[in-house]
Design a protein. Structure first.
Lengths: 298, 275, 363
């Protein structure tokens, strides 16, 4: 991700260079400062609260008690059921990410290669408009479509390919794909739109095959979009639970509702905090590794 | 070099892509069509058709708490999207355009955390934090919380755009325009615009849909539409929520296409078009 | 080490905010009937009060009512616990009154300022979640039972939890059953079938219920607390575990009384009450008392029930309610059925056992 590293040095004078470097470092810092300060104040410091809670104990009525510090909540993480829930959620998120990428990549490519800038803008907005209705209403609409007399069910029956999908795994994946597709399409579009197409043209001339040109030039160029898109789909769908519950029947626990339940019905804030904290740390490390390895292979 | 085959192959590929594009749009709009049609249903049930009627629109426009929650949602979404787009874009530029600065690595990691953290955990910690620093909960605390997660989403999308851009373009601009701000405004900003627009659209979507965090940091009178609707379905689900969604869809369409119509098409010479 | 100490201090400060209940109690003791001391900040469920009643309160007492809405008892509790906002009146469910009362988050009511308390049906005073009735006044109540299609059950009197839990009886209903997505309610159904109390803290009984639910899960189409009535009326399921008011509204609206029914299984079920209470975040304590008195007025109570189809705990109001609603056993269960109902109570530390058991069922 450090494209600036290859910038050619124009001046050889080391003293001048150091000064320029310092000035640049200052400018970078100042540009980041507002959001940096914002996230420290409204995210990093409040996060300390979660960390402290994870060592607290639970009062009889479920209020977190800041005494009797213990590691019970962390010990509870080693129950086999937690591993089962995590594995199930990982699988769901992974498959959803692959689906979103498979459907979203050609779609974003198509959007980004339309000729008129205004047409591209209109299409992009059309992708997002469905999502400015209401999340629950959209999900309920899917429940009707996939239900006993729904449109999708009737098509499947007419073709003899599938029956009612509601409350099955495929329904869950249709719902998740629907909900997370824009998270994949937007960064892909941002990466693909008006990138240096002369390179692709040159490649076409060079390799003579559109496919090879795509593989050797377009794909590497869109890699930042693929990485950002997969992160924006994978991480939130790891915590998804409302769509899987409504369309899948809520018969299995996912990481998302497991954590929510600790903060609500179970009133076990220390365990909820410990669970969140571990998820946070593990996912952060995974994300950073993912970015670093991919940055090197570009 | 075999020009005609080459062109034909690319034409075929483009046709396949167009078909795929249309299918995806159908996928995106079929539930929306259903949702809009049911908003005109006379039945009180979401999945049983009851004949055409405007009763849910009539009910909606006399339902003061609902209208107020719609207004709150629009305010929260617009303000938080505006602020987080500016902050997120600046963050993306700082990370992608400047090699080394104090605290860059930490900031890079910090930026991902709001995307990773479970909603409920973020809601709880912000609620505790606002009360610790003695801020009363209100529309403002909702907006501040939405900005806190939206900055990251905007920054990630803008970075995807920046990573691809040739820095030499900006260097040429820096030589051309004496003023850094001018160089940014005339060259860098138009170049990263698709990323900024994408990030802003994503932020708007996330803000319009958030229930969990909002329900924890809201204050008296500041309930937003999604929180209200989540509560509503605990009673009975009626097509009134379809009517609300239809109005939201219509309003956003008018707003977006209105502003697009007023925007000038960029001059062809300044923009090398896609193949 | 220093960092950690700072962090602890910070969190401790976060947890100790909010007014002290005793100050507010002395304010409450001074409140007169119909006295107002500022605008009312009402924290309530969405669509749980007739807007005309709110407007009438504004007009009568010359104060504004600022409405805020919550979608779960727990989100409301978290906000009251944190104490960062002014809410003068909340509407918690039974078990939540228990939690809030024990945590000192509720202000003791001054009953002298609420003469309409006398209108209440004695059945709804002194319930286990607020034994001395000092902290809460019932708002509306209802039951948890089974909504069904007459295709699968002939008569509400035949209802039994066996339709869900008995493998033989429920086999024909495989994939046509919905259960509430609520650990206490789901376990209440299983515990009732087994003949135990819905508030049991006996691990062996809980284990037995867990095994029963695990076995029944394969026959269940979905767990949902939000749209079970919709699933039933649209033909996705034939048997739905749920709350009476929701079913009543759906049947009435679809004009489907001939096709669907609701009842409490013969083993018994759960009764719930939502209650008005004044939290420690209150400022206009006297206005809140006046509002409680206003809702407990006979005519207003009747208007409320006719508006949202939930039963009123107000005996005087019941005299005024549309006889069609009053005579419907789905809204007002018969005295014999009422005998078999239990209220859910907070179970203290044992609540986590229910949570773990529910996770096990859903694994």
């Amino acid at each position: 991700m450090t494209t600036t590293d290859e910038r050619p040095t124009r001046v050889a004078d080391p003293e001048f260079e150091r000064k320029a470097e310092r000035a640049e470092a200052l400018r970078g810092f100042l540009q980041a400062l507002p959001s940096y300060a914002y996230l420290v104040f409204f995210f990093a410091i409040p996060l300390v609260i979660v960390f402290v809670f994870s060592f607290a104990s639970r009062s009889r009525t479920g209020r977190p008690v800041l005494s009797d510090w213990n590691l019970d909540s962390y010990a509870k993480l080693f129950q086999p059921i937690v591993a089962e829930i995590v594995a199930r959620s990982l699988w769901l998120a992974l498959l959803n990410t692959v689906l979103c990428l498979a459907i979203g990549y050609p779609f974003a490519y198509w959007l980004a290669t339309r000729r008129s800038a205004r047409y591209r803008a209109v299409l992009l907005v059309l992708v997002l408009i469905p999502f400015w209705s209401n999340f629950l209403v959209r999900t309920y609409a899917w429940r009707v479509l996939l239900g006993e007399n729904g449109f999708v069910t009737e098509i499947g029956r007419a073709l003899g390919l599938w029956d009612k999908l509601l409350f099955t795994q495929p329904a869950v994946f249709i719902g998740l794909l629907y909900g997370y597709l824009p998270f994949m399409v937007l960064p892909l579009y941002a990466a693909l739109e008006r990138m240096d197409w002369s390179l692709v043209e040159a490649a076409r001339d060079l390799y003579a095959s559109g496919w090879v040109a795509f593989r050797k030039v377009t794909l590497p160029l869109s890699k930042p979009g693929v990485i950002a898109g997969s992160i924006l789909v994978f991480i939130p769908s790891l915590g998804a639970y409302v769509t899987p519950d409504i369309l899948g029947g809520a018969k299995t626990t996912l990481l998302g509702n497991y954590i929510v339940r600790q903060f609500t019905a179970a009133r076990n804030w220390p365990f909820g905090a410990a669970l969140s904290f571990v998820v946070l740390v593990v996912m952060l490390i995974a994300t950073i590794i993912y970015f670093r390895t991919d940055a090197r292979t570009i | 070099m075999n020009v005609p085959t080459h062109a034909a192959a690319s034409r075929n590929a483009d046709r396949a892509l167009s078909v795929h594009g249309v299918v995806v749009f159908l996928f995106l709009y079929v539930p929306i069509l259903l949702l809009v049609v049911f908003s005109f249903s006379d039945a009180s049930n979401l999945s049983v058709w009851g004949g055409w009627s405007l009763r849910w629109y009539r009910k909606m426009f006399t339902n003061d708490p609902l209208l107020r929650s719609m207004r709150n949602s629009v305010v929260v979404a617009l303000v938080s999207t505006g602020i987080s787009t500016v902050l997120g874009t600046a963050a993306a530029l700082a990370l992608e355009r400047y090699r080394r600065w104090l605290g860059k690595r930490t900031f890079d990691a910090l930026l991902y955390l709001p995307v990773i953290i479970p909603d409920v955990t973020m809601g709880v910690m912000l609620l505790m934090w606002f009360t610790t620093i003695n801020w009363s909960l209100s529309l403002t605390t909702i907006i501040l919380s939405h900005i806190a997660f939206n900055i990251s989403f905007v920054a990630i999308v803008v970075r995807a755009r920046l990573a691809n851009l040739d820095p030499s373009l900006e260097e040429a601009a820096a030589d051309l325009y004496a003023d850094r701000w001018q160089a940014f405004r005339r060259v860098t900003l138009p170049l990263i615009m698709p990323g900024i627009v994408g990030g802003a659209l994503l932020a708007l979507t996330l803000s319009l849909d958030d229930v969990v965090i909002t329900s924890l940091v809201q204050g008296p009178g500041s309930t937003t539409l999604p929180v209200f609707v989540f509560g509503l379905i605990k009673r009975q689900v009626t097509p009134e929520i379809n009517a609300v969604s239809t109005v939201m869809l219509l309003a956003s369409m008018v707003l977006v296409f209105g502003s697009l119509a007023f925007q000038r098409e960029p001059r062809a010479g300044a923009n090398p078009e896609a193949p | 080490m220093g960092m950690l100490a700072l962090a602890v201090a910070l969190v401790a400060a976060a947890c100790s905010s909010g007014n002290s209940g005793s100050d507010l109690e002395s304010v409450a003791q001074g409140c007169q009937v119909d006295q107002v001391d500022g605008d009312l900040s009402l924290y309530n469920w969405s669509e749980y009060i007739d807007p005309d009643l709110v407007q009438e309160f504004r007009d009568t007492y010359g104060v504004d009512v600022v409405e805020t809405f919550y979608e779960s008892n727990e989100a409301m509790l978290a906000q009251i616990e944190a104490g960062g906002a002014t809410y003068d009146l909340v509407v918690p469910s039974d078990y939540m009154v228990d939690i809030m009362r024990q945590e000192g988050l509720l202000v003791k009511l001054n009953k002298d300022a609420i003469p309409n308390m006398a209108n209440l049906d004695p059945k709804f005073t002194g319930l286990p979640f607020d034994p001395d009735g000092e902290y809460s006044a019932p708002y509306q109540w209802g039951t948890t039972g089974i909504g069904f299609s007459y295709d699968v059950v002939d008569d509400a009197a035949d209802l039994t939890w066996g339709l869900i839990f008995d493998p033989e009886m429920s086999a024909p209903l495989t994939g046509r059953i919905s259960l509430l997505d609520d650990e206490r309610e789901v376990f209440a159904a299983a515990l009732k079938y087994l003949g135990y109390s819905v508030n049991t803290t006996d691990q062996a009984q809980l284990d037995e219920a867990t095994a029963l639910l695990k076995a029944a899960k394969d026959r269940v189409a979905t767990f949902t607390s939000d749209s079970f009535e919709d699933l039933l009326v649209s033909g996705e399921v034939d048997l739905a575990h749920g709350w009476n008011g929701d079913f009543f509204a759906a049947f009435d609206e679809a004009d489907a009384w001939e096709d669907y029914g609701y009842g409490i299984p013969k083993e018994g079920g759960v009764a719930w009450v939502d209650n008005m209470a004044i939290p420690t975040t209150a400022e206009a304590v006297c206005t809140a008392h006046t509002f409680i008195n206003f809702i407990l007025d006979a005519e207003n109570g009747a208007q409320l029930s006719e508006w949202n189809y939930y039963a009123s705990p107000n005996a005087k109001a019941n005299e005024l309610i549309d006889p069609e609603i009053l005579s419907d056993p789905a809204v007002y269960p018969t005295p014999e059925t009422f005998e078999k109902l239990e209220f859910l109570a907070d179970l203290g530390d044992f609540a986590t056992n229910y949570a773990d058991a529910f996770t096990e069922v859903k694994s």
